[in-house]
Design a protein around this ligand. Structure first.
Ligand code: IVH
Length: 683
């Protein structure tokens, strides 16, 4: 490469990486995969290192000398007490071994001890605890100053607002990642698609987008979680190693990282990483690699280690510290394969959403044969310009369905044409519609045979009423023979009508009839889930079943009662109301009952607290926070971190603070421990 070529490549890469930083950190809507991003950034860093004069001549402003800035409008900006740095990623075992060799050289110790931790694919935040109380939650921002997202972080169910135990520092910044579980990600995306909005690409983006919502109630309706692993300032110090610090986090009652290994030397580090790769699919959070850290804090602070972004003599080379040299992030490469698009088909969902699917030449990927990959929606196809006949790369990241990552344009057949997204439902030919600003095209016809089929399939499926023997094929057969038109018809099917459908079908027919009969009394939440109410998945269906205990009570529930359910936003409450207000749906519910469906309400736990939402504040005279929580949950109640109009009781002790005031201002009943104990005993 000539200096002129290097220079123009650096200019181009800086602009590209900066563009993707903006999309990833600030807007939570990346256009390329992490793997492709890491490759671009590594190429840029490599050129800047190899040709420092050229890089300097281009200018000092480069994304490799800053951390991806996540600051957004509407949040107070707060300075970190200690800079919040990050790490560069490597996919290369050799680089990992070089990291170890550098530290050995700098410290003069051979068998250095490290921790090997899962690298959580979430959103970084720094929590400040003063005198043991949670006072701030700040995003990384530009590393020096971030957004204060404390209102949102207080809604996280698994995060205590107070450190347990005696050894509590005056002030500590505890760092970690906010994440969403895979199943919660799927639930929210379903809601999102049903509302005609673009689905999020992965749990990390959704967590990032959620954390930056200005409405804490919306945040509370999505079950964000947190896991903690890092430290900023800590006065006075509490631990002398990473291993001891992890133990301290647990002792404080904070959610820590799973499966941390403390090992010595590069071979043991590599073995621990390999082991982590086999364990990580079982974790609550998504992981994209491992972080290797020098275990001893004294060694971390050794003057020869330092930070990238600072010259060895301690003079700032760039304006600020970027990443510590005592840690290294190793990423697992995503599973990818090349194949060809045979066709693009359109799938019609239960709600009418038209989802394009790439029909692929079968290819082996992460141990399974992939024949189809989602193309998400019309905009996505246009953006990637995916065409029939194209050679494409497909990727399977973790357990997420395979997706087409990119087109290999150089292998495109000369006669290929851009894909034209159909403007009608491929099944019933109704003209497709799409909501304003929405990306999802839909079939608006409520009687579209494909929607009907999907609705019945959903009702009978494992997550729904779970009717044994009534899978996709049998649903299709019964529809084709005209034996069912709605979910209620399932319960009216007669054995005589089934017998002619299959040769020697007696056993099959009687099993199916028995399977259907057995589910007339299915759990109420299964029936509710099976109805396919927009925004209502299994978790919400369980909340509804627990709260209303019958279909009739649910159908008659005013919106105000629905909004009070913990975890329900106004959107979900409204969706339930709207669904039952539709005369056809009311008719369907009555028809189900007429066909003999009598769902079983959940077993009442100690009934006084069932569905009741408690907020704890202050110190109780005898019960610890954990004990009070256990009692409430055992009696069927729930704990929430913040007071809202959905709170039923605030259980307050000594030194109760702002929650008590909030409860009073909202008129939420405040009880003390004695009253609480009476309540439990009475239940
Ligand atoms: S330690 C000084 N440990 O991954 C920064 N980071 O790629 C040290 N991350 O910026 C970070 N899991 O946001 C650390 N167990 C873990 C982590 C972790 C996820 C994130 C973090 C970091 C990025 C680096």
């Amino acid at each position: 490469m000539s200096p002129a070529e290097v220079s123009s490549r650096i200019v181009e890469l800086r602009a590209t990486v900066a563009h993707h930083d903006e999309l990833y950190y600030r807007r939570a809507t990346p256009e390329i995969s992490d793997f492709d991003y890491d490759r671009l950034k590594a190429e840029l860093a490599g050129l800047e290192k190899l040709f420092p004069e050229v890089a300097r001549a281009v200018g000092p402003d480069t994304p490799t000398a800053r951390v991806g800035d996540d600051r957004a409008e509407g949040f107070a900006r707060v300075k970190h007490r200690q800079a919040m740095t990050t790490l560069d990623n490597t996919y290369d075992e050799a680089e990992l071994r070089e990291f170890h060799a550098r530290l050995v050289k700098a410290l003069g110790v051979e068998d250095l001890a490290y921790t090997v931790e899962p690298k959580i694919d979430g959103v970084a935040v720094s929590l400040t605890f003063e005198q043991g109380r949670l006072t701030r939650a700040v995003t990384r921002g530009d590393g020096e100053e971030g957004d204060d997202v404390i209102a949102n972080v207080r809604t996280l169910a698994g995060l205590p607002h107070r450190l347990a135990g005696a050894s509590v520092p005056d002030v500590i910044e505890i760092r970690g990642e906010i994440f969403l579980r895979e199943e919660e990600f799927r639930r929210i995306n379903q809601v999102q698609e049903e509302a005609g909005e673009a689905p999020y690409a992965n749990p990390r983006n959704l967590a990032a987008g959620t954390l930056k919502q200005l409405d804490a109630r919306l945040v509370a309706s999505r079950r964000l979680e947190i896991v903690l692993y890092g430290m900023g300032i800590c006065e006075p110090p509490v631990a002398d190693s990473q291993t001891a610090y992890h133990a301290q986090l647990k002792a404080w009652g904070l959610p820590g990282v799973e499966q941390i290994r403390t090992v010595r030397g590069a071979d043991a580090v590599w073995a621990a990483i390999q082991e982590l790769d086999t364990l990580r699919r079982g974790f609550a959070y998504g992981t994209d690699g491992a972080v290797v850290k020098l275990d001893s804090f004294e060694q971390q602070r050794h003057p020869k280690i330092g930070f990238r972004g600072m010259a060895a003599d301690g003079q700032a080379e760039a304006a600020r510290k970027l990443s510590p040299r005592w840690a290294c992030a190793y990423k697992f490469a995503p599973d990818r394969a090349e194949t060809r698009v045979r066709a693009i088909t359109i799938q019609v969902g239960r709600t009418g959403a038209l989802t394009p699917v790439a029909e692929l030449e079968p290819v082996l990927l992460a141990g399974t044969t992939v024949k189809r990959a989602t193309l998400h929606n019309a905009d996505e196809i246009a953006r990637k310009d995916v065409r029939v006949g194209d050679a494409v790369l497909v990727e399977k990241a973790g357990e997420i369905i395979p997706a087409v990552v990119s087109v290999l344009v150089e292998k495109r057949p000369a006669d290929s044409l851009p894909y034209a997204f159909p403007r009608e439902c491929p099944v019933c030919r109704s003209v497709a519609v799409r909501g304003e600003g929405g990306v999802v095209w839909r079939c608006p016809n409520p009687h579209c045979p494909e929607k009907v089929r999907r609705r019945i399939e959903h009702f009978a499926s494992k997550g729904g009423v779970d009717i044994e023997g009534l899978g996709e094929e049998v649903v299709a057969l019964l529809l084709e023979k005209g034996l069912i038109k709605t979910i209620a018809d399932i319960f009216r099917v007669k054995i005589e009508a089934l017998l002619p459908l299959k040769k020697s079908g007696e056993v099959w027919a009687s099993n199916l009839i028995a399977g259907i009969a057995a589910r007339r009394g299915a759990d109420l939440w299964r029936v509710i889930n099976g109805l396919g109410i927009p925004q209502v998945g299994a978790a919400a269906a369980k909340d509804l079943a627990r709260t209303f205990r019958s279909l009739d009570a649910l159908a008659a529930a005013p919106e105000a009662d629905l909004v009070r359910i913990d975890g329900f936003g106004e959107k979900t409450a409204a969706a339930v109301r709207v669904w039952f207000a539709d005369a056809a749906n009311g008719e369907l519910v009555r028809d189900l009952q007429a066909a003999g469906v009598a769902p079983t309400p959940p077993v009442a736990t100690a009934s006084t607290l069932a569905g009741k939402v408690f907020v704890l504040t202050g110190t109780l005279p005898t019960l610890s926070r954990e004990e009070a929580t256990a009692k409430i949950e055992a009696a069927g109640g729930k704990i929430s971190g913040s007071v809202s109009k959905k709170t039923h009781y605030v259980l307050a002790g000594e030194e109760a603070g702002s929650k008590l005031e909030k409860a009073r201002s909202l008129g939420v009943p405040v009880i003390d421990e004695a009253e609480f104990v009476r309540m439990i005993a009475a239940g």
